[in-house]
Ligand binder design. Structure first.
Ligand code: SF4
Length: 363
């Protein structure tokens, strides 16, 4: 497994990472040019040494759907595009609690409350803000699941209040590199997103922030996005793969603009760039990979997934996800929420039950 590129090798990269060091931008771009099998094996070795052999599952609820004033070019929920999705205001907090309980029963360790919004605003929409806090408290008090939320841009005050209420994690994806971001979004900036991540972190929340691959970005953009995430420090790195939505600017593509090989290579390099973060497969994985291919990323360093439906598109049931995890020789994480994987599989097989929580999304 020694392939030289400007005197940089996969073995050197693995040794450096396992020694507590870091690979840099040049290393990461050179690694992306290496054979996929060797790169995957290297990333798998890093995960096996530094990880715990489990795959963490999270689940989300689309707590406020559609009519978003922002113009993110991949997003079905933007009011700028005619995508025909169902829209609704912020759900009753009791409905959100019910979704969290279903996610917990399906084995999720983490539950995310997601809104389609530039930012839930304490000042502009105080009633909605109060409902968000009520939902956080209900899930905090009545389940064992960890709570995550994706509420858009935050002020410093809002971040502090959410952390004080017991929100464990904050999700805010950066989507792509700083260079490519402006091609995808014009209504807010890359720096706006970073600012919110820093505020959430300073307030004491763990960060879950990631990307969407296959939007037309270059391999260097993929590396640069991961390096930005390393600068802010994320504990969970969701990797979405574009699932083109008709009506959006990226909706005329037949599929994501990334090959399966490049997807696996990117996952492997993300593992090396973020040795201890959960590299989490999220939206689009089951559209871009066949069921019997879905274990590949988990043999290339990935160790997390989003189970159930996404925000506006269907996902995969918990039983199938458990099979994918086991096929990769890994086990579901049970650190926070102890559940019975065999019961989830049996339930799905007997009832054909769709273990999905209602409506969830890709961002
Ligand atoms: S990605 Fe988020 S901020 Fe952008 S349009 Fe969609 S819901 Fe709005």
């Amino acid at each position: 497994m020694v392939y030289e590129t400007e005197n940089r090798t996969i073995d050197d990269a693995v040794a450096r990472v396992l020694d507590g060091g870091m690979i840099d931008r040049t290393d990461a771009i050179a690694l992306l040019a290496q054979p996929v099998d060797d790169l995957a094996a290297a990333a798998d070795a890093v995960r096996a040494t530094l990880g715990d052999g489990t795959v963490d599952a999270c689940s989300i609820v689309n707590a406020k759907a559609g009519s978003c004033a922002e113009d993110c070019g991949f997003c079905a929920q933007s009011a700028h595009f005619d995508t025909g999705i169902e829209t609704h205001g912020f759900l009753d907090p009791e409905e959100i609690l019910a979704a969290a309980k279903r996610a917990e029963a399906d084995g999720a360790q983490r539950f995310g409350i997601v809104v389609a919004e530039k930012g839930v605003s304490k000042q502009k929409r105080p009633e909605e803000w109060a409902d968000v806090l009520r939902a956080v408290r209900l899930v905090r008090d009545e389940t064992d699941i960890e709570i995550d939320a994706s509420l858009g841009l935050l002020t410093r005050e809002e971040a502090n209040i959410l952390a004080d209420e017991g929100l464990n994690h904050y999700n805010h994806n950066i989507e792509t590199s700083p260079r490519y971001f402006d091609e995808i979004v014009s209504t807010h900036t890359f720096e706006d997103r970073l600012k919110t991540l820093r505020r959430a972190k300073n307030a004491g929340m763990d960060l879950c922030a990631g990307v969407i691959l296959g939007m037309g970005e270059t391999p260097a953009d993929r590396v640069d996005a991961a390096l930005e995430l390393r600068t802010v420090g994320v504990s969970s790195l969701p990797v979405n793969i574009l699932n083109p939505v008709e009506g959006t600017p990226l909706g005329d593509r037949e599929s994501a603009a990334i090959s399966k090989t490049d997807l696996i290579k990117t996952i492997a390099v993300y593992r090396l760039l973020h040795p201890t973060a959960r590299v989490r497969l999220t939206g689009g994985r089951e559209v871009n990979l066949a069921t019997d291919e879905q274990h590949w990323p988990f043999e290339a360093g990935a160790d997390g997934l989003l189970t159930g439906d996404y925000l506006t598109t269907g996902g995969q049931d918990a039983a199938t996800d458990i099979e994918v995890i086991e096929r990769a020789g890994l086990t579901p994480n049970m650190a926070v929420n102890e559940f019975d994987p065999e019961r989830v599989k049996t339930t799905a097989n007997h009832d054909g039950a769709d273990a999905a929580v209602e409506s969830r999304a890709d961002d």
